[in-house]
Design a protein around this ligand. Structure first.
Ligand SMILES: [Zn+2]
Length: 339
């Protein structure tokens, strides 16, 4: 498999050097699975500087009215219809799952890691918290599938902190299930099974972005990232999130990987991220569940959004942290090194 990249050079006359000429360099890359472009840039300052924001202070400010805290969660969060889940809310370990008040999809869910964990910075998100939350989401996807077999496209997602799109401070995941795919679900489900295998074996052989396998889950830094520090995981033998329901070993393995990645993000100075586990219809042969997660601009009173015209309208992220640098920082945490 060819990992396509092209370096483009330009020129700028610098004001602080008597307007002498300096070279600019942008490396274009294209994702080997979807063709999505990315731009690796080098500027005079970091695009995504570490944040010194008082997250604990914002936690205290938002706690008194938080709908997901123990005092209010039972009173103000909605319930699933009895035909989906007789108890109305799904409980797995410390996680609570209930529907989203916003109808972003036909079937929606919100799942808090734990009602008592209003303040949960990335470095405190443990493998157990992620696994319990994923287990709740898997149970939701499976329950929807049982009562509405036409709803075959499911995804488990995270908006963590305001820059990622979260409107509630209290950390949570979100899920949706529909009879139609999202644009990206469709793009990924259209990728032939052999191409996924080729991509993984190519990255494993090259090594620069390969992070390892933890058993059934392979981890790597995305060659053409959709955003800062994008990591990808591929779950073999499972095409839909519902396949995780009842497979606690696999849920634990995935939970460990996600928590490990979030620990890395915290070390890199980020405090906000998005994540999606893209499901295909449960009977899609050879499709590995695709997980993608990336950092968002850190919460600051005045911050540069990581989503500019490039990301939103051109579908090409511009990042100054190379996938190889991300892999270098991440390596050794996800299992084997090259094998
Ligand atoms: Zn709360």
């Amino acid at each position: 498999m060819e990992l396509r990249r092209e370096v483009l050079r330009g020129q700028v006359l610098l004001p602080d050097r008597g307007f002498s000429a300096a070279e600019t360099v942008v490396e274009m890359r294209w994702d080997p699975l979807t063709g999505h472009g990315a731009r690796l840039v080098r500027g005079p300052f970091p695009l995504f500087p570490p944040s010194g924001f008082d997250l604990a202070g914002l936690a205290e400010q938002t706690r008194p009215t938080c709908p997901f805290c123990p005092e209010r969660i039972e009173l103000v969060t909605p319930k699933l219809p009895a035909r989906v889940w007789p108890d109305g809310r799904i409980r797995c370990g410390r996680a609570w799952l209930f529907p989203n008040l916003f109808g972003y999809a036909q079937y929606t869910s919100v799942s808090v890691y734990a009602p008592e964990l209003h303040y949960l910075p990335l470095e405190r998100i443990t493998p157990e918290l992620v696994a319990d939350n994923l287990a709740a989401q898997a149970a939701f996807c499976a329950a929807v599938g049982r009562q509405d077999p036409a709803a075959r496209w499911a995804a488990v997602n995270a908006n963590h902190m305001l820059p990622s799109g979260s409107s509630v401070f209290h950390p949570h995941l979100q899920g949706f299930v529909q009879p139609v795919p999202s644009t990206f679900q469709r793009l990924l489900a259209d990728v032939p099974a052999e191409r996924f295998a080729d991509y993984l074996s190519t990255e494993r052989r090259l090594g620069a972005r390969w992070l390892g396998t933890t058993g059934r889950v392979a981890w790597l830094a995305s060659f053409a990232p959709l955003g800062p520090a994008e990591l990808r995981a591929f779950v073999t033998g499972a095409a839909a999130p519902a396949a995780l329901d009842g497979d606690r070993d696999l849920v634990d393995e995935l939970g460990h990987g996600v928590a490990t990645a979030l620990g890395l993000y915290a070390e890199l100075g980020f405090n906000s991220f998005n994540l999606t586990l893209y499901g295909a219809p449960p009977d899609t042969a050879g499709y590995p569940l695709n997980l993608r997660m990336l950092c968002r601009s850190s919460l600051e009173p005045l911050y540069r959004s990581d989503v500019t015209h490039l990301e939103l309208l051109h579908w090409e992220a511009a990042v100054d942290l190379t996938p190889e640098e991300v892999a270098e920082r991440a390596r050794g945490r996800f299992g084997d090194r090259r094998s």
